[in-house]
Design a protein around this ligand. Structure first.
Ligand code: HSE
Length: 400
């Protein structure tokens, strides 16, 4: 029997215990052994819960128990998760986590400790919830130079953009609805400002380049400025507005960004709606691939964590090498990237042509007192200069 511990008995941690119980027999067949949760670490007690006798409050109880070989971290945040996970790896225990903040910040360091101790540090659930994107990049797409990853990596904001598009609602109303449904948290900043997606694209970029990407250096715009008027223009153009997290190879580096984009109907990410996530990958020999599915939530995320446990159970005596060193990847400045831009302005058509040259004007039903247009491709830096010269810009959204 393989003994495991779960650190953090919140939504995901309790989901892990549930998945291990629900699929106990099939999981045991795949592992070649049964997995039993010996400890659950949490500050709280859980009277009446089946795990009530397994609750411990000191992480050292787990670290110092030689019987425990797999530890699940589902606490969230960098500290104290980092201290606990580091202690587990140093004690020779394998770890799997769903914690993107921890992985984005400390991934390289924790992988190095795991390698030194001949154990595994796995984090499939940290990006895309139940979608198997991490193992796909680490173990399946290894023949390729990955030239682009573009994802809808945040379920909450994708739900909100879908709702705004389908019902013509304003941002604040949709946010309240997302909070009422339990998708958005009481403090929704990390989702709606793009920080969550930013950490996820930082993790994916680190994996495809094998070096440490600092998420603080990724240009990040959220969806808070998207309005019902923007949706009207998008519909007039047959496009959908989605929060995209994207990373493109430029020479030996990558250019990464999180921002709302207008997508045409033929784009593979166009039909990805509601809380679903999807990750589009382009490899230099593979061509295109897309991964689609449940990107958040208790059981989908727990499914990915338990899949890591199974992988660990099959590799208890060996470290599976993951190329992600602590050497920093200097990202290309996003201002060099080339895009087309949809712009709303109260300036005149003549002023638009004078500053932007050839543009396509767009009319949206029920919108007056302003004009909308789409530019020709230009760099972000050029766009900024022209937009300042034009003045009176109400909105800018990048167009795919
Ligand atoms: N808040 C995240 C989302 C949860 O909405 O996608 C999964 O990381």
């Amino acid at each position: 029997m393989i003994k495991a511990a779960v650190m953090g008995y919140g939504t995901i941690g309790s989901g892990v215990v549930e998945v291990l119980e629900t699929n106990r027999d099939s999981i045991a067949k795949r592992c070649g052994d049964t997995i039993e949760v010996k400890y659950v670490l949490d500050l709280r007690e859980f009277p009446g819960d089946p795990i009530q006798d397994k609750i411990v409050h000191d992480y050292k109880t787990i670290a110092e128990d030689p019987e425990v070989s797999i530890v699940v971290e589902t606490m969230g945040g960098v500290e104290p998760a980092f201290t606990f996970v580091k202690a587990m790896l140093e004690a020779g225990k394998h770890v799997t986590t769903s914690n993107k903040a921890l992985v984005a910040d400390k991934g390289a360091e924790l992988l190095a400790i795991a390698r030194e101790k001949n154990v595994n540090f796995m984090f499939e659930a940290s990006v895309g919830g139940g979608i198997p994107i991490i193992r796909s990049l680490n173990e399946c797409l290894t023949a390729d130079e990955i030239e682009e990853i573009t994802g809808i990596l945040n379920g909450t904001t994708n739900y909100m953009m879908t709702k705004m598009s389908q019902e013509g609602l304003e941002f604040d109303d949709v946010l309240k609805d997302a909070q009422a449904k339990g998708y958005a948290e009481k403090d929704p900043t990390a989702d709606i400002e793009g920080h969550d997606a930013c950490r996820k694209i930082a993790i994916l970029t680190s994996l495809i380049c094998g070096r440490q990407v600092d998420f603080n250096e990724i240009h990040c715009e959220g969806i808070t400025k998207i309005s019902a008027t923007d949706i009207k223009y998008a519909k007039a153009m047959g496009k959908a507005i989605k929060l995209l997290a994207t990373s493109r190879k430029v020479g030996d580096s990558y250019c990464a960004m999180v921002a709302p984009h207008m997508l045409p109907a033929e784009h593979p990410l166009f039909p990805v709606n509601d809380v679903f996530n999807a990750v589009f990958v382009h490899g230099n020999v593979l061509g295109d691939a897309m991964f689609y599915g449940s990107g958040a939530g208790k059981l989908p995320t727990a499914s990915a964590v338990v899949a890591d446990m199974v992988e660990i159970a099959k590799n208890l005596d060996q470290n599976i090498f993951v190329e992600w060193s602590s050497k920093k990847m200097e990202l290309v400045d996003y201002k060099q990237s080339v895009n087309r831009f949809f712009v709303r302005t109260t300036a005149s058509e003549a002023a638009v042509k004078e500053n932007f040259g050839d543009v396509t004007f767009v009319k949206a039903e029920g919108v007056s007192g302003e004009i909308g247009f789409v530019t020709e491709p230009m760099t972000e830096a050029d766009y900024e200069i022209k937009a300042v010269a034009l003045g009176n810009v109400l909105q800018m959204i990048r167009v795919k």
